[in-house]
Design a protein around this ligand. Structure first.
Ligand code: INI
Length: 158
């Protein structure tokens, strides 16, 4: 029996792209800082001059899939992390944005073979989003960890 799993041993060499939505940037910027903290603590160069990390900004979560697809197809990255925040109280088209972002990200991931981490908070209120972006916990940190695990796992299963 083989046990197949990702590890964090070689995380420091992983090439990572982050695609982040400006909409609700009070939240997404907090997710970004949690994400960068985790990547940095695992040895990834998160400086301005980094050769292994790029950050792309998009207007909203709806645009995360198309830019993730471009970056995934570039061959420059082993994993892509999306960061967004869709808050139900803010929009009658909450379900549309969430549905398109989630379906799009899943499709891009399967079709490109590059793991695209779904780092989109979907909450009823701004308070809930704040709690998940730092007040209680910062899910940006978890999304980065999941990216490192998936980047490693894909090497094992390839
Ligand atoms: N985009 C978000 O990321 N979060 C939201 O809560 C949101 N709301 O409330 O509408 C949102 N809308 C913008 C959308 O993602 C697109 O950028 C826009 O429709 C242009 O395509």
């Amino acid at each position: 029996m083989a046990t197949i799993e990702g590890t964090f041993e070689n995380s420091s060499s992983l090439r990572v792209a982050i695609v982040i939505a400006r909409f609700n940037d009070l939240i997404t910027n907090k997710l970004l800082s949690g994400c960068l903290d985790c990547l940095s603590r695992h040895g990834i160069d998160t400086s301005e001059s980094s050769q292994q990390l790029d950050i792309a900004w998009v207007p909203g979560s709806f645009e995360l899939p198309i830019v993730s697809q471009k970056l995934a197809l570039s061959g420059k990255y082993e994993v892509v992390i999306t960061l967004g925040a869709v808050i139900r109280g803010d929009t009658p088209h909450f379900d549309v944005v969430v549905s398109e972002a989630s379906k799009g990200i899943a499709t891009v991931s399967r079709e490109t073979g590059i793991p695209i981490i779904f780092g989109v908070l979907t909450t009823d209120t701004m308070q809930q989003a704040l709690e998940r972006a730092g007040i209680k916990n910062n899910l940006g940190w978890s999304y980065a960890l999941q990216a490192l695990e998936m980047g490693s796992l894909m090497k094992v299963v390839s």
